[in-house]
Design a protein around this ligand. Structure first.
Ligand code: SF4
Length: 336
């Protein structure tokens, strides 16, 4: 068992909040039966436990609670401009879970939410219904793991099985599951659906140790990738976000060499490369929580409300990584 899983299963959740309406869902009972907790608190509206202003995301992150809720509206959202659509039309994302068991220093969720508590929306069937209605007229490209790491949390939620089953029934739906986990047991023994894309974010090992706390080690992510490739899955590699760190060239050089010692061009669907970028409002909140973060306190440049490295620095970082990737992967598979 890797360290991230050990941490998750050794750590029980001190408080579990359950919206009154959420009690009626069998999924709530199913997930509750897998949790260890000190106390259940019934609430009327999950926002009373989640959206309070006097919370500290960073402190809660050390010991998050779980909230069961029923999502009332906004089941799917249009993909943001700063996110890659990989040439797909009708790019959407959905949040059946909000917040994450991992603790990445640069995670944008700490800029979006005031709470690090994990919200599980148990009316997943309502999301499926809305997507099914959309699919009657059009295809959809849907990212399901932007606001969490769904694979990392799957031992509790079982949501991967539900999304996988839903994707199998809808041939004009392409799903992307993004992860930093190696928790792939759920992906074994399935009928392979090439439209269910497994996308791994990869970072240099030293960076993972210091800044992507509780996530799977690089080597373990690569072993997981190799295994799912052998099972026949569509796999995407994401060098995104690239962060300007000490010994940037050496660290990212080693990362790319190590990655492609495990994976061949023909094994993967594509590669995504992108530097750290974040909306102005989110960065403001993140910096307030993490004044000691060298990643977040970098003097970024703001263009059209989005902070990133200067144009020159961005170009250098992207070209450096891209040129190394192109030694192993065909140009037409690389998205920037
Ligand atoms: S794995 Fe993703 S969602 Fe989870 S903390 Fe890291 S950046 Fe945030």
């Amino acid at each position: 068992m890797n360290s991230s899983k050990k941490k998750l299963w050794n750590n029980f959740f001190s408080h579990v909040y359950v919206e009154r309406d959420a009690y009626d869902y069998s999924l709530t009972r199913e997930i509750l039966s897998k949790l260890r907790y000190r106390e259940i608190i019934e609430i009327n509206d999950y926002k009373s436990a989640f959206s309070k202003n006097n919370q500290n995301f960073r402190i809660q992150k050390n010991s998050p609670n779980i909230i069961f809720a029923v999502k009332k509206e906004n089941y799917i959202y249009k993909g943001a401009k700063v996110c890659e659509s990989f040439g797909n039309d009708n790019f959407y994302y959905t949040s059946s879970i909000v917040n994450c068991i991992y603790n990445c220093e640069y995670c944008y969720l700490q800029g979006v939410y005031t709470s690090a508590n994990i919200v599980i929306f148990v009316n997943i069937e309502d999301m499926f219904n809305e997507i099914t209605n959309f699919l009657k007229n059009d295809s959809m490209y849907l990212c399901i793991s932007y606001d969490t790491d769904m694979l990392g949390l799957n031992n509790i939620t079982g949501f991967i099985e539900k999304w996988y089953g839903f994707a199998e029934k809808n041939k004009n739906l392409t799903i992307e599951l993004r992860t930093k986990s190696d928790n792939i047991a759920v992906l074994r023994n399935k009928n392979i659906n090439k439209n269910f894309i497994l996308a791994w974010t990869l970072s240099p090992e030293n960076f993972i140790k210091e800044h992507e706390l509780l996530t799977a080690k690089l080597e373990n992510r690569l072993k997981a990738i190799k295994e799912v490739i052998s099972l026949g899955y569509s796999v995407r590699i994401c060098f995104d976000p690239i962060i300007y760190i000490k010994n940037f060239e050496e660290e990212y050089g080693d990362l790319i060499e190590q990655t492609f010692s495990y994976i061949k061009n023909s094994d993967i669907l594509d590669v995504s490369i992108g530097t750290f970028r974040i909306s102005k409002e989110y960065l403001k909140r993140m910096r307030k929580n993490m004044e000691d973060s060298s990643i977040l306190m970098y003097p970024f440049t703001c263009v059209d409300g989005v902070y990133s490295y200067s144009e020159e620095r961005n170009l250098y970082m992207i070209n450096y990584v891209k040129n190394l990737v192109l030694r192993h992967v065909n140009d037409n598979k690389v998205y920037i």
